[in-house]
Design a protein around this ligand. Structure first.
Ligand code: GCO
Length: 447
């Protein structure tokens, strides 16, 4: 029997642009993702989440849904552009009102709000000045964090600064699949990555300075994750080394406050511009480390390579479900928290995203029998339990996602929810996996 501790936190996660719909309602400004969606050919079927899952209007129903599924904490993000339509200056009261309503509804129903300040939807006015390439953007984000701290810290006790720095910087400015979808030279991309880390740092400082009562601060990090191909001491040591070096420009930088020599040497002239004050801000201590964990690369020790490890290519028949990047690697839920806790001790680690897209089918009896998703979750969660068992300070888990939602460049074509959304009627239908999750969170035993 696989059992979790009584106080293990069971949550669900979403993000503003992916679930809210009504992205420009009530004075909200345009965002880079809206611009991206409007460019033909960027998103599958040219989907735009103008209506989407409509949590903006259906939040109260969604809170009841969460309550009925035993969700104890809801990780959601604020759309910066609702609160500051141009990313700077004037506050739009109606934007704050929406998150007030959501937070109050959660609290009234005994669900903890875990607020992410930024999950990729950047005010277009900031994208227009260069977005994350420009250091004005992290500065503006620090100011935004002050607004959030002053307004919400009486009720919200857990804050994430930013979500997945590599996705909104490296992939967004050095690739086509995330807004703004540019292919810039390496130096500019490295600068965007650095500025993303700086945004985390400035926001962490602002939250520390302006929250009115004690809160916990962390980030939702998608470190490149590694697992030892064979679990022997030498391969485990090599994997740990790989974890630190391969994440030199984000996770390692944030947790150590310095770029590793390996990184600086490899990037040479392409290294970003920064100073010591920025490094200090980036390394502002955090209370918890959130890990978004889906897949991983397998590593072997290799004495013939200068770094002492080798990252193995994925075999052609390595198992996946629907998303082409999501190779099944359940052991990531053991090794990522374990290696993070060994490399950079922190009181609390959370899995802040984990889940998968499936080809869910609404049967004629009105149900979705997503036994594939349940198998995925069962395999991954068994590894999370193993981490807890081994003394890793893993304190909770947030399933991605509560609802089917807008899966970025995949549009509505990929469903990650434990609850099915009928996009015509907006009806919510808990899938079999939601019942699995409810059983788990109400007993602490993997069903
Ligand atoms: C993330 C992404 C999520 C995705 C999920 C599935 O934080 O990883 O932001 O928004 O929807 O990861 O791809």
């Amino acid at each position: 029997m696989i059992r979790f501790p009584k106080d293990f936190l069971w949550g669900a996660a979403t993000a503003s642009f992916q679930v809210e719909g009504y992205v420009t309602a009530d004075g909200a400004g345009d965002t880079n993702w809206l611009t991206y969606c409007r460019e033909p050919g960027r998103v599958v079927n040219d989907d735009i989440p103008l209506v989407g899952a409509s949590q903006y209007t259906k939040y109260a129903e969604d809170v009841q849904l969460m309550k009925s599924l035993g969700i104890q904490a809801y990780r959601f993000s604020t759309a910066w552009s609702r609160i500051q339509p141009t990313g700077r200056g004037t506050v739009n009261a109606k934007g704050l009102d929406y998150y007030d309503r959501l937070v109050d509804e959660l609290l009234a129903n005994g669900i903890e709000p875990w607020m992410t300040l930024f999950h990729w939807d950047l005010p277009q006015a900031l994208e227009d000045i260069g977005g994350w390439r420009n250091k004005e953007t992290p500065k503006a984000f620090g100011e935004f964090a002050k607004i959030i701290a002053e307004h919400f810290s009486d009720r919200v006790k857990h804050f994430f600064t930013v979500n997945e720095i590599s996705c909104f910087t490296r992939i967004a400015y050095g690739g086509l699949s995330k807004a703004p979808g540019l292919l810039l030279p390496r130096k500019e991309v490295n600068q965007a990555v650095h500025n993303g880390c700086l945004a985390h740092g400035y926001a962490a400082q602002a939250l520390r300075a302006y929250c009115k009562s004690p809160v916990k601060i962390g980030l939702a990090d998608n470190s490149a994750a590694f697992v030892p191909a064979l679990e022997t001491p030498e391969h485990i040591a090599a994997t740990k080394r790989a974890f630190r070096i391969e994440n030199a420009d984000i996770t390692t930088l944030i947790r150590e406050g310095n770029y590793l020599p390996e990184y600086l040497e490899a990037e040479g002239e392409n290294r970003p511009n920064y100073d010591d004050a920025e490094l200090a801000a980036i390394a502002t201590p955090i209370d918890f480390h959130g890990l978004n964990c889906y897949s991983a690369s397998e590593v072997l020790a290799d004495d013939s390579s200068p770094r002492g490890y080798r990252i193995l290519p994925k075999p052609a028949s390595a198992p996946r479900l629907v998303a082409n990047w999501l190779y099944l690697e359940p052991r990531v839920l053991y090794w990522a928290p374990r290696l993070v806790s060994e490399l950079w001790p922190v009181p609390e680690i959370y899995i802040t995203e984990n889940g998968c897209a499936c080809k869910d089918h609404l049967e004629r009896d009105g149900h979705v029998y997503d036994t594939d998703r349940i198998e995925f979750l069962r395999a991954y969660l068994a590894q999370a339990a193993r981490a807890v068992e081994d003394g890793v300070p893993l304190k909770g888990y947030f399933l991605w996602s509560l609802l089917d939602n807008f899966e970025w460049a995949q549009g509505f074509s990929q469903r990650f929810g434990m609850v099915y959304v009928n996009y015509q009627t907006l009806e919510r239908i808990p899938k079999l996996s939601a019942h699995f999750y409810h059983q788990l969170n109400s007993t602490g035993v993997l069903p």
